[in-house]
Write a protein that binds this ligand. Structure first.
Ligand SMILES: [Zn+2]
Length: 248
């Protein structure tokens, strides 16, 4: 029997009344969990098996899945669902973990980041993108791909004049080494300094950080490309949903 906290990332219906859940747990990392009878109308598992739910689980191991022996709901983060754009961004945080982490590899920092991130997101009703970009920068750093933003990523010289961001090299390319990646994208100084601020600010500090929408959009585009490249994926479905909601 294993006791661990976990956050539901996704659910798939299984047979008549069961679900298979993808759960990010504090102790075991990402696991597949069989929730038997969770679709039955009177199931005590109903609330504890919805995406976003933060649950204290007692688990037993099976051949292909973990099974639930006990489940106490800590927080459903239900208020995330009160706004469609916030909900879509919430699903993005879940999808990010689902797509970029291997099964059963513990990373408590990632669990705590998700728990904190969902808590923060459920408490705000504007400036979602500022939070999302700060989250992305922290997330990618926590899985081992912290972008190199201080000096030139190739030669480590101080950055002067024109700079670019290289997805392939994982950081900022100075004019000195501009030909090391011809696909690198131009970024201006305000984009770069905002990136640094967002990477190192706590979520609580975000409220006092003023960054305009164009800069946020530029950073978001650069970082999503960078994340997809790092985790060898082509897209995030939840971000397509955001796009249809708020327009291009
Ligand atoms: Zn250089």
């Amino acid at each position: 029997m294993i006791k661990t906290q976990g956050i539901i990332l996704s659910e798939i219906r299984f047979k008549e009344s069961s679900k298979i859940l993808n759960v990010y747990t504090k102790k075991l990392g990402k696991i597949s969990l069989m929730a038997q009878g969770a679709y039955k109308p009177k199931s005590h598992l109903l609330a504890a098996t919805q995406p976003f739910a933060n649950v204290e689980f007692q688990l037993r191991t099976g051949r292909n899945f973990y099974y639930i022996s006990g489940a106490d709901l800590i927080n459903s983060f239900y208020s995330i669902r009160g706004d469609l754009e916030r909900l879509a961004y919430g699903f993005y945080l879940l999808e990010l973990l689902e797509k970029s982490t291997p099964d059963e590899e513990q990373n408590e920092k990632l669990f705590l980041l998700l728990e904190k991130g969902l808590g923060y997101l459920s408490g705000i009703d504007k400036d979602y993108l500022k939070f999302i970009v700060a989250y992305e920068l922290k997330y990618i750093s926590f899985i081992g791909y912290k972008p190199h933003l201080e000096n030139c990523v190739v030669c480590n010289k101080k950055l002067e004049g024109k700079v670019k961001f290289s997805t392939i090299l994982g950081g900022v390319l100075g004019f000195c080494c501009i030909y090391n990646d011809i696909t690198a994208k131009n970024i201006n100084n305000s984009v770069l300094s905002s990136m640094n601020k967002l990477l190192y600010s706590t979520f609580e500090e975000l409220a006092s950080l003023n960054i305009n929408k164009n800069i946020l959009n530029s950073i978001h585009d650069i970082i999503v490309d960078y994340i997809l490249n790092c985790i060898e994926r082509r897209e995030f479905k939840s971000l397509s949903l955001v796009k249809t909601l708020i327009g291009p």
